[in-house]
Ligand binder design. Structure first.
Ligand SMILES: *Cc1c(COP(=O)(O)O)cnc(C)c1O
Length: 394
């Protein structure tokens, strides 16, 4: 097949995309229309938690497609209830609302916190967020994000999101006032360059928010669902947040997201929150398959051991090439290059022959690794061998 056969000009321009059309994938490999294969360490942007076209997910999708696709969000359905039960059983939360994207789940978290503030805190509405954070692309979640430049692209912003510095509790404390209703953070900043909040900082935040009677919201759209080696990244710090959002990995590649809260925080009244596709059986059936596989005995231990393996190998590579080390949790890791060669590496790795490798430079001076959680150590070795040959060619 020829690239010119595809009417790509009909697609609205939003970003520079390489001249490749992907047609199919299996596990850690994805194939383009010319039959070239790529070892995939992006996996749909940390989305395909079980790799491409996982058998359990295919079965769940096929089976549900023949049973019931959408009865309307005004009714209960079986997969929606089963998945909610699975999530509450495996977390510290009691209530779940399903959404279609991470941004939509975060919008829900912001609304829930503001509603709680209206009810119990004299109309408090400000949510303290962090520099370099990423919470999505709706107007409110862009305003909540600390991404440079995002305060002006679609100005004016949604007000009420003062910014603190990650891992600096004094910077959070300074922003707290009578209007503050919550603090919201990613336990590991993903788009910001894989920067973990320290265990100490998470504990200080929990203590500070309790003291001031404000909510602690964790955006686990990227860090959740096994990515950090525990089912949820907040579990690494031994605290219990009030609200959590999930996206990306929960659907294993299909559009599914969730907003979870403690029972006493779930203060929506009839009509306050909704959405046509919320909890639709087709997507929640897939989510149920994904979370069941992630919570199967031994699975998360495997993620932790492969995460340790990747960490050790990245440190070796860093030492060998004079880079600046690595950081991350589980299978969300970054190699710190110390210079702005990330994008060059990404392009060369993709264009390698005969096989390519898909990598991501979340920032120009680092590479971010977000493979399938069931990636093998052999595939990790293969990725590293390919990366070494790209580095040799620079
Ligand atoms: C990707 C991401 C989002 C946005 O999710 P979408 O599904 O793209 O709306 C929000 N928060 C974090 C931490 C993310 O990584």
């Amino acid at each position: 097949m020829n690239f010119n056969e595809y009417p790509i000009d009909s697609l609205m321009y939003i970003t520079n995309r390489p001249e490749i059309v992907f047609t199919h994938g299996k596990g850690s490999w994805i194939y383009d229309s010319n039959g070239k294969r790529y070892l995939d360490f992006i996996q749909g942007w940390a989305v395909n938690s079980l790799g491409h076209c996982n058998d359990g997910m295919i079965e769940a999708l096929n089976q549900q497609a023949g049973l019931l696709i959408n009865p309307s969000p005004a009714f209960y359905n079986e997969p929606m209830a089963k998945l909610a039960g699975l999530l509450t059983r495996h977390s510290c939360f009691d209530k779940v609302f399903f959404a279609n994207s991470g941004a939509e789940a975060n919008e829900g978290a912001i609304k829930l916190a503001r509603k709680w503030g209206r009810k119990f805190k004299d109309g408090a509405f400000e949510i303290i967020t962090f520099d370099h954070s990423f919470h999505g692309r709706t107007l409110a979640t862009m305003s909540a994000s600390g991404k440079p430049g995002w305060d002006t692209i679609y100005a004016p912003q949604v007000p009420g999101f003062p910014k603190a510095d990650l891992n600096d509790i004094a910077s959070v404390e300074r922003l707290i006032n009578a209007k503050t209703v919550a603090v919201m953070l990613e336990p590991i900043q993903g788009e910001g360059g894989v920067i973990p909040a320290t265990r100490e900082f998470m504990q200080q935040l929990r203590e500070l928010t309790k003291k001031h009677n404000i909510l602690l919201i964790v955006d686990e759209v990227q860090s959740g669902c096994g990515r950090a080696g525990t089912l949820f990244a907040y579990q690494l710090s031994g605290i219990e947040p009030d609200i959590m959002t999930l996206g990306k990995g929960i659907g294993g590649g299909v559009p599914l997201a969730a907003l979870l809260s403690k029972a006493e925080i779930a203060v929506f009244e009839a009509g306050d929150q909704g959405g046509t596709y919320n909890g639709n059986p087709l997507m929640t059936a897939v989510g149920y398959s994904v979370i069941s596989q992630l919570t199967a005995p031994g699975f998360l231990e495997g993620v932790r051991s492969r995460g340790d393996y990747l960490r050790t190998k990245l440190l070796e590579l860093s030492e060998e090439r004079g880079f600046k080390g690595e950081r991350g949790e589980g299978l969300l890791r970054a190699l710190l290059l110390g210079k702005d060669i990330g994008n060059q590496i990404v392009e060369k790795a993709r264009d390698m022959q005969p096989d390519g490798v898909l990598l991501n430079a979340a920032r120009p001076n680092l590479l971010r690794f977000m493979p399938a959680l069931n990636v093998t150590t052999a595939e990790i070795d293969q990725m590293l061998a390919m990366l070494r040959s790209v580095l040799d060619s620079l």
